[in-house]
Write a protein that binds this ligand. Structure first.
Ligand SMILES: [Zn+2]
Length: 158
């Protein structure tokens, strides 16, 4: 009796994976919704195929996807990931800061010791996901050097 191992390269909730795409086969170009492309970018995967890596270093995107050969050197995220990261961090940390400031039993030094590491961790930790999402938006919208894929116009299609 042989037990088959689960395929860890596919996401059973992803309709494209559930359709039977094998991880060793080259990915096919298929329409993407903007949200799916962004979700792939957030987790550091190629927004086009979802299988290749998007980053070769913390904030350095690969020049080309190793799976679908999409040219990612055309992206121009520039400083926007930092702005987005700080925007999100501020909205997450501000309620905590207000709460700690209102609590009379916590000194300002203690409040700072709580808030500053959380702020730094969030601001740095959100940089790569924000950059991945922004690259995905640029690619999906055909911005900068990216050519818009006319087959990707239907957002309702998975
Ligand atoms: Zn790819």
């Amino acid at each position: 009796m042989s037990a088959s191992l689960p395929d860890l390269h596919t996401n059973p909730l992803d309709p494209a994976d559930a359709a039977g795409a094998l991880p060793d086969q080259p990915p096919t170009v298929r329409p993407h919704s903007l949200w799916r492309a962004m979700a792939r970018g957030v987790v550091g995967r190629c927004p086009r195929c979802g299988q290749g890596r998007l980053f070769r270093a913390f904030l350095k995107p690969v020049d080309r996807c190793g799976r679908c050969d999409q040219d990612w050197s055309l992206q121009r995220a520039d400083d926007f990931p930092a702005y987005a990261s700080l925007f999100i961090t501020g909205h997450l940390v501000a309620p905590l800061a207000v709460h700690l400031a209102r609590d009379a039993s916590i000194s300002s030094a203690m409040a700072s010791a709580i808030i500053l590491p959380i702020t730094a961790a969030l601001a740095i930790g959100l940089l790569q996901p924000c950059k991945g999402a922004i690259i995905a938006v640029q690619w999906r919208m055909g911005m900068h050097g990216f050519q818009r894929d006319p087959s990707a116009d239907d957002d309702a299609t998975p």
